[in-house]
Write a protein that binds this ligand. Structure first.
Ligand code: SF4
Length: 228
């Protein structure tokens, strides 16, 4: 085992001891993958509570995705604006274009078929959809399809740079590629790491004033002294 692999496993263990999050059992029902895709598009530059409000508003106005498709992107935009979210025009266009392409390619508005394909094939299909990048596809792969992807959001990206797992200039997709090469291959291990690292970034390794003095990773972190 390399020094970096050992450090990453130690970080995963310390975060588990601190936050204690574990992946849900495989027999529990995962979210619908198309719902997860739309939810993730809505989450861009939004906090969780706003994302859920936007998603609920869409579901309330369009009980099926076909109704949303038939209503058109301007109508979706009006619903998003009514629910108080930002970037309503961009997101409504993305949602409508995704629905259009899925229907064209599959003949139905469903992504359930992705449960039967490999991680590589599922990722390729998702990232071919308009406006879907590595983070959005990673969320669908991990949270709904339960495949061992490793979506990297702003919190996890920041932690990876401060721990010097990746260069300070690394992009989020590069950091995602690094984690996917280094973390244990199982979905459960990656799910647990993702959830714990996200919580650590939100509560402790904050963007502006990280709480290094109380951080469980302090002795492993080259950036700690800068913030103490
Ligand atoms: S020691 Fe500070 S910079 Fe390093 S991971 Fe912890 S909170 Fe972040």
């Amino acid at each position: 085992m390399t020094e970096t692999e050992f450090k990453l496993l130690t970080v995963a263990r310390l975060l588990r001891e601190r936050y204690g999050r574990h992946a849900p059992p495989l027999e529990t029902q995962p979210d619908d993958p198309l719902d997860e895709l739309i939810h993730t598009i809505l989450s861009q530059q939004n906090v969780g509570v706003v994302t859920q409000r936007l998603f609920d508003a869409i579901k309330q106005n369009f009980p099926t995705w076909r109704l949303a498709l038939e209503a058109g992107s301007e109508q979706i935009q009006r619903v998003l604006e009514g629910a108080g979210g930002g970037l309503a025009a961009v997101k409504s266009r993305s949602i409508h274009r995704c629905l259009t392409q899925i229907l064209e390619l599959r003949g139905e508005l469903s992504l359930e078929f992705l449960r039967g394909v490999s991680l590589t094939a599922a990722r390729a299909f998702l990232e071919d959809l308009p406006g879907v990048g590595p983070k959005t596809s990673g969320c669908v792969l991990m949270f709904s399809l339960r495949l061992p992807a490793m979506p990297v959001d702003t919190h996890i990206h920041r932690i990876a740079k401060r721990l010097e797992f990746v260069a300070v200039t690394a992009s989020a997709p590069q950091t995602q590629t690094w984690f996917e090469a280094q973390l244990p291959q199982t979905w459960a291990a990656r799910y647990e790491f993702h959830v714990n690292a996200f919580q650590h970034g939100r509560e402790t390794c904050k963007s502006q004033r990280p709480l290094c003095a109380s951080c469980v990773l302090q002795t492993l972190c080259p950036s700690a002294v800068d913030w103490l």
